[in-house]
Write a protein that binds this ligand. Structure first.
Ligand SMILES: Cc1ncc(COP(=O)(O)O)c(C=O)c1O
Length: 424
């Protein structure tokens, strides 16, 4: 359930008509509902309230500090994948002891930053990373808290680009080889082995792959215990899917029930790294129709609705061929046509929806691109020298711009025209 609903044919975000916000901030923009963000965070987190757990929101899915601070206030932690995300999490007031650091390519300066900040865990993804972390920790005279991200070789049955737990994916350490690394780590001066982690993919609509991975992890933890290596944290990553179209993902409570049943005999703090399931349906992107046109070619006439948001603003349709619902902000009663809803970018792959049956719209109409809260703004770029759009949060009848629209001046910030001497 989210707080984007029509009242008398007009789309509202909580108690505010979307068109009123558009009139003040211009288009395109991302719009988040505070009540939905809170509701979804609590729906996930409270499903595990009866066990020792930590919900570390996946910052990569939506990283605005206005949103991160909301989760910090609800007791949430953060799953980060870069020094930049660590900075954001700390600025948003997230307790470093609730921050875990994932990712295959952490640089030495990023490890240094994480150690200085005193984060809870580094999810180490390779032997070389372990050695580097040990060195950086030695320089600082501390012990680095470590979990290894193991790759359980489980098919999450999701899009290939967001599948991460198969042996052929770059992520983690093959579970069959990981025990050896734990033994090495246990003997290292500046490493403190605390956990096991895994994340098998994103937008999963089945619980079974999570359970398959968990069973492998359980066996693995038992093997480690036999070797005298105790595990305090088991991190199951993120990945619970949402409804974009007609998917039937599990409710967080169902997911939690099955996970808890599997874990009954293990004593460890559970860590989760949910992103999409919390923010995906808590945000939309609002865009304005610029032109409508029809191209006649061959037998078919093709209709286009050209809007002012492009693949640089919302990449998912172009990158993953992902589906997003698109709705006029003011309901239309006229005829319907099959259209492509496309952006202004100079790429044929720049589209928001393809071959979609859509009401007839005209120049100036506002459209809402639904379920855009996750991997929406965070994946935006300046391609075609387009300033990134504004982000807005609504609470009841109030709204706040939580990120200003970039300007053309900000586009060239840090750039310069070099003045070479010509002597060399
Ligand atoms: C390591 C890790 N944790 C958590 C997530 C969040 O996944 P989701 O947004 O599907 O919950 C991701 C996303 O790819 C990830 O790579």
């Amino acid at each position: 359930m989210n707080h984007f609903q029509y009242k008398n044919g007009v789309l509202y975000c909580e108690d505010l008509p979307v068109s009123e916000i558009a009139a003040e901030v211009g288009t395109p923009f991302y719009l988040y509902s505070k009540a939905t963000l809170v509701r979804h965070f609590k729906a996930f987190d409270s499903s595990f309230e009866d066990i020792d757990h930590l919900t570390c929101f996946a910052v990569k899915s939506c990283s605005n500090i206005g949103i991160l601070s909301l989760f910090a206030g609800l007791g949430g932690g953060a799953d980060i994948v870069s020094g930049g995300e660590l900075y954001r999490a700390l600025q948003a007031g997230i307790d470093p002891k609730r921050i875990i650091y994932s990712g295959v390519g952490k640089r030495a300066d990023e490890l240094h930053y994480g150690l200085k900040a005193g984060i809870l865990l580094f999810n180490v993804e390779s032997e070389q990373e372990l050695y580097r972390l040990n060195e950086v920790a030695a320089e600082l005279g501390v012990k680095a808290p470590v979990s290894f991200r193991v790759n359980p070789d489980v098919d999450p049955k999701t899009h290939a680009y967001i599948s991460t737990g198969l042996a052929k994916n770059k992520f983690g350490i093959p579970i069959v080889e990981a025990a050896e690394l734990y033994e090495q780590a246990a003997g290292m001066e500046n490493i403190k082995v605390l956990g096991v982690s895994c994340h098998i993919g994103s937008q999963l609509t089945l619980i079974s792959p999570f359970i398959e991975a968990l069973r492998k992890i359980k066996d693995f933890v038992k093997r480690l215990e036999e070797k005298g290596i105790g595990i305090q944290y088991i991190d199951l990553g993120g990945g619970v899917g949402i409804i974009y179209d007609d998917e039937e993902p599990p409710h967080p409570q169902e997911y939690a029930k099955d996970i808890k049943a599997e874990l009954a005999d293990l004593e460890a703090t559970l860590i989760f790294e949910p992103g999409r399931v919390i923010v995906g349906n808590a945000g939309i992107m609002v865009t304005e129709v610029q032109y409508t046109k029809s191209n006649r070619g061959g037998e078919k006439e093709k209709h286009f609705v050209v809007v002012d948001a492009g693949m640089n603003d919302l990449t998912r349709p172009s990158l993953y061929d992902a589906y997003h619902g698109v709705q006029p902000v003011v309901e239309k009663s006229g005829g319907r046509k099959i259209v492509d809803i496309v952006g202004p970018i100079c790429e044929t792959g720049d589209f928001i929806a393809k071959d979609r049956e859509f009401p007839e719209v005209s120049q100036g109409d506002l459209l809402a691109v639904m379920s855009a809260g996750a991997y929406g703004f965070t994946m935006a770029s300046n391609y075609n020298s387009r300033p990134r759009v504004a982000e807005v949060m609504v609470s009841g009848k109030e709204f706040a711009v939580i990120r200003e629209r970039e300007t053309v001046e900000s586009l060239i910030q840090g750039e310069s025209i070099p003045e070479f001497t010509g002597e060399s």
